[in-house]
Every structure is written in C-alpha cells, then in structure tokens.
Design a protein around this ligand. Structure first.
Ligand SMILES: [Zn+2]
Length: 326
C-alpha cells in the first residue's frame, strides 16, 4: 500500500515537471526559439513574427487615419514586473479610461483597448529589436499590446482572428537621457529577479512612453513573438523610434531570469512566406493657399454664403475620401 502511494506521488511529480517544462520558454539552449514549436504547435506556423521588413518590397497603401483616444490620460498606478521573459508594464486606469484605438490597418468595425506593454532588448546596441528593417536591428523595441473589444479579455482574444494587435516602437540611442524614462529605468533595479514587481511613484501617460507620430508606419499580419505564437495578429511598426540613452538601456540589461542575465530576449526573424507588408501613405497636409482662399471667401460671402461653402467643402471632402479609399 505504501509502495503504491510512493509510486503515485512519483508519477504526479513527473507530470507536474512535464507541465512546467511545457509551459516555459526561453531564448537560448533547449528552451530557445528553435524548440518552441515542439511544445507550442502554432510557433511552427507559416505566418509568424517577427520578420525582416525590406523597404524596397513594401506596398504603399493609404490606410484610414488612426483614431487613438486616451494616450494622454495618466493612470492611477503603473506596475512593472520582471516575468522572466521581459519587463511587463500594466497600467491601471480609473473608470474604464484605458486608451482606445481604431482605424488604421485595424479591422474597420473593431475598437481596440490597451492591454499592456513590454520590451525586447539585446546584449549590445547592434541587436535587440524583433522586427528588423532592411536586415538592421535596433537596440530595443517596445510592444504595446491591444485587444479587440469584441472579446471580453485577453485570453479570449488570443485564439481569434484579429483579436490582438501590437503597436511596435523601436528605440534609438541618444546622448541625453529620455526624461520620460528616468524613473522607469531606475525602478528596474528593484525587479532584477524573475517574479519581482514595483510601482512607479509618479505615474505618467502611455503617450509619454512612446513616439507620437502615428502616421508613418509599416503594417503586416503575423503572430505573437512568444509562445503560444498565436497568428492573425495585426502588427503596426512605427517608423519614428523612441529615444533612450545608453545609460538608461543598461538598466534593462542588468535584469535576470532564473539566475542568468535576461538579455537578447528577441525571437529571430521568421520567413515572410506569401505575406505583404504595407507602408502607410500619410494624408497630405492642407496647402496653405487653400485655407487662405477659404478664409477670404468666408469673409466675402457672409453667413448665407458660408452655408453654401460648407456644403461644397463637404462634397469635396467626400470626393477625396472616395478617391483615397477605393
Ligand atoms: Zn513583444
């Protein structure tokens, strides 16, 4: 009887160990990206991320302008967690005030809501980003993960087509510190080990962490870059990098995971296969002459004329809209 119980416990222990191994992943050796597909089938899919973006092969397309609300809102709390794979950043907002995004290359009938952001970085400045541009990597990359509001939570959206999108921002090294990352990078000293978390003393907006030029970007459909590597993820790679100093980036490189330095937490680029990468054509800025002429006409025409002019302008805009999107 006792022998049987010991055997059962041993079997249970073996099962538990298997489960832990199956759910974990890393960036080197037996747990590295080359082996992810053994435990996570979708990591062997045909439409995976990251990719190399060849600027000569991209297809220009004028997407609808992004509608992004709430980038300036300051959350009540920002929590940084070393989860052994990255610095995961959760922002807690009052009264459902999370930032919302729609349009651009996102599916036209779906509003997306901010979920979290996190980072990928290298051991030195020659590597770190996941997507590369013309085979060139940036020293780090920030991923803002957003979820279609058709799905009530992240895990539900994960397995669905177009349930998840990622806004990706590259980093470039500058001499001066980025003032918006001063407290953030200092706090990384308190989460050097896997499983540790820390709150920022002074929460700041999501917009403070990213670059705000949302008109120049590449877009393609890929996957999560970590297991379970779910596909049908809309990627938006913004061209304008975030600035960060070498001093600030060093704080990321000092983090550890399972007693080893957490560095080079990027997946190698995956085959593009039959996918198209688009480059957004930003809207043309209004010509100064046009607005001056309009102002002059309004002054001359008075209120009655103004109504007529509004109608004409609306028709003209509608015409432009049709030209742009057909
Ligand atoms: Zn990521």
């Amino acid at each position: 009887m006792r022998l049987l119980r010991v055997a059962c416990n041993a079997a249970l222990l073996a099962l538990l160990t298997c489960a832990v191994i199956a759910e974990d992943f890393g960036y080197g050796g037996r747990e590295g990206p080359a082996h992810w597909g053994e435990s996570f089938k979708r990591c062997s899919g045909k439409h995976q991320s990251p990719i190399n973006i060849d600027a000569l092969q991209v297809v220009p397309r004028r997407f609808r302008e992004f509608q992004i609300h709430g980038l300036e809102r300051v959350p009540r709390d920002i929590k940084l967690t070393n989860n052994g794979h990255t610095v995961l950043v959760n922002m807690y907002y009052n009264d459902n005030m999370e930032p919302h995004m729609s349009n651009g290359p996102l599916r036209s009938d779906a509003v997306h809501v901010f979920e979290q952001f996190h980072f990928h970085w290298g051991i030195n400045d020659s590597m770190g980003s996941e997507d590369t541009i013309n085979n060139r990597a940036y020293p780090a990359e920030l991923h803002v993960v957003i979820r279609s509001m058709e799905y009530t939570n992240f895990s539900q959206a994960l397995g669905q087509d177009h349930g998840i999108a990622v806004f990706a921002f590259f980093f470039k090294i500058t001499q001066a510190d980025n003032p918006n990352y001063v407290e953030f990078t200092k706090k990384l000293q308190f989460i050097k080990r896997k499983g540790e978390s820390v709150d920022l003393d002074t929460p700041i907006s999501l917009g403070s962490f990213i670059s705000t030029d949302v008109q120049h970007y590449y877009s393609y459909v890929g996957s999560l870059t970590t297991p379970p590597c779910s596909e049908a993820v809309v990627w938006v790679d913004f061209e304008k990098p975030i600035e960060i100093s070498e001093f600030q980036l060093q704080f990321f490189r000092q983090l550890t995971a399972s007693d080893e330095h957490l560095r080079n937490n990027f997946r190698p680029t995956q085959p593009l296969n039959n996918r198209t990468v688009f480059r957004n054509i930003p809207p043309e800025p209004p010509k100064p002459n046009e607005s001056e002429n309009a102002a002059g006409q309004i002054a001359r025409l008075g209120i009655g004329g103004l109504l007529g002019l509004s109608l004409l302008t609306a028709l003209e805009l509608k015409g432009r809209f049709l030209v742009a999107f057909n």
